[in-house]
Design a protein around this ligand. Structure first.
Ligand SMILES: [Zn+2]
Length: 401
């Protein structure tokens, strides 16, 4: 394996990664760095310190994305950008996201240093980005990259509120990262390195992958509206139980995923809000967050139709009304073929074999495909685990990536 550490600095990539993993530590190997939290602010400040130490020009844009740029070829030269995110789930792992940012710093600095050593000129500037709010644990997911790529307006993103009614604007201001800088111009290429968060590499006993395709995801928040009543005296047939309707949808979606061909459809209802959520009141409200994921747009479409039929049937059975509160479809797609090919070849030149894998989860890189050629590189996650403190990638694989 060819080492790519930027040399001559006090800390190596692994030192920085270990240091970073302690910020917001949950004490069991995981981290809690939800966007806009104090720990997230601390992680952001540490990242900025390292960027400056390594000679990057740092800027923070209006949605709180942090950019570190190395001006190697002059202001008008094209930009090649890498990065990922440093926010986490409330009890997330320390590899998801942070790996791509910390490794990106080292890789970009190493390229600069190597060019300087060989007295070679660069034809492009290099940049590293930490996207704001990728996880969607507090606000809508992929917030920073959505705004940067124009998929969402800055105002609507900043106005988005968490469950406590705190807006993204307030959360960012609270940690000192509601930036005022103009984001860098769009890059000519974007590279994201991310742990797999799946087990395709492990199953195939491979250590390096290129995500060539991403699964589509249809995310639907279904709201059922019934009527509160005392759970004791109210006759069964008179109840308008919103939770009962939601429960039927949960079971139906699980059955749909279970009955599909393995690897063709993943379904979930992972969040449920119940109103008033009291043990002796028939629920008047229930919101179920449904996700339908597949590589095949037809499968997603059919599953969505099935979901609507189930929701309608469940609402009738429970004598409640239903509505779709949110309906987000991300079509499945492919990353840039030329760049993916280049990634396979570069791996080969370094004596490694990279294999093509799919990403089942969403990433900022998927947003970036709308504005520039994009490639995603990946290394194994032990047992495919992600969004859990036990999430793990070996040091060897981290360096390989
Ligand atoms: Zn991630």
């Amino acid at each position: 394996m060819r080492k790519v550490d930027a040399v001559g600095y006090a800390e190596t990539f692994l030192d920085r990664f270990a240091h970073f993993s302690r910020i917001g530590s949950t004490g069991d190997g995981g981290v809690d760095r939800v966007e806009g939290s104090q720990a997230n602010g601390e992680a952001r400040r540490q990242l900025v310190r390292w960027m400056k130490e390594l000679g990057f020009n740092v800027s923070v844009d209006e949605i709180g994305n942090i950019f570190g740029l190395l001006n190697l070829a002059g202001e008008s030269a094209p930009l090649v950008l890498t990065g990922s995110h440093i926010d986490s789930q409330p009890r997330g792992g320390c590899f998801d996201g942070a790996y791509g940012v910390i490794a990106g710093l080292d890789a970009a600095a190493a390229v600069r240093d190597r060019l300087a050593k060989q007295s070679k000129a660069s034809s492009a500037n290099l940049g590293v980005v930490a996207w704001m709010g990728e996880e969607g644990a507090r606000f809508r997911p992929l917030m920073g990259s959505r705004v940067y790529t124009g998929a969402r307006t800055l105002q609507s993103a900043l106005d988005g509120k968490d469950m406590q009614g705190i807006s993204a604007r307030e959360a960012l201001a609270g940690i000192g990262f509601l930036g005022t800088d103009t984001a860098p111009k769009l890059p000519v290429a974007y590279v994201e390195l991310h742990v797999e968060c799946g087990s395709q590499l492990e199953v195939r006993k491979k250590s390096l992958g290129v995500f060539t395709r991403w699964w589509g995801a249809h995310k639907v928040d279904l709201t059922f509206e019934g009527k509160t009543a005392h759970t004791g005296p109210t006759p069964m047939r008179a109840r308008q139980d919103a939770l009962y309707a939601a429960a039927q949808v949960i079971v139906a979606m699980r059955a749909l995923g279970d009955s599909a061909e393995i690897g063709s459809l993943h379904t979930s209802v992972a969040k449920l809000e119940v109103v008033p959520n009291s043990p002796n009141v028939v629920p008047c409200g229930a919101t179920a967050c449904v996700e339908l994921r597949s590589l095949d747009p037809e499968v997603i479409k059919r599953s969505y139709d099935h979901l609507l039929a189930c929701a309608s049937f469940a609402a009738t059975t429970a004598r409640v009304k239903y509505a779709i509160a949110r309906d987000d479809l991300r079509e499945p797609g492919k990353f840039h073929e030329g760049l993916s090919q280049l990634a396979f070849e570069v791996a080969k030149c370094n004596g490694e074999e990279a294999v093509a894998v799919d990403t089942l989860g969403g990433h900022d890189a998927i947003m970036m495909t709308a504005v520039c050629p994009t490639v995603m590189l990946t290394v194994p996650s032990r047992a495919g685990l992600c969004h859990h403190p036990d999430e793990w990638t070996s040091q060897e694989d981290l360096e390989r990536g």
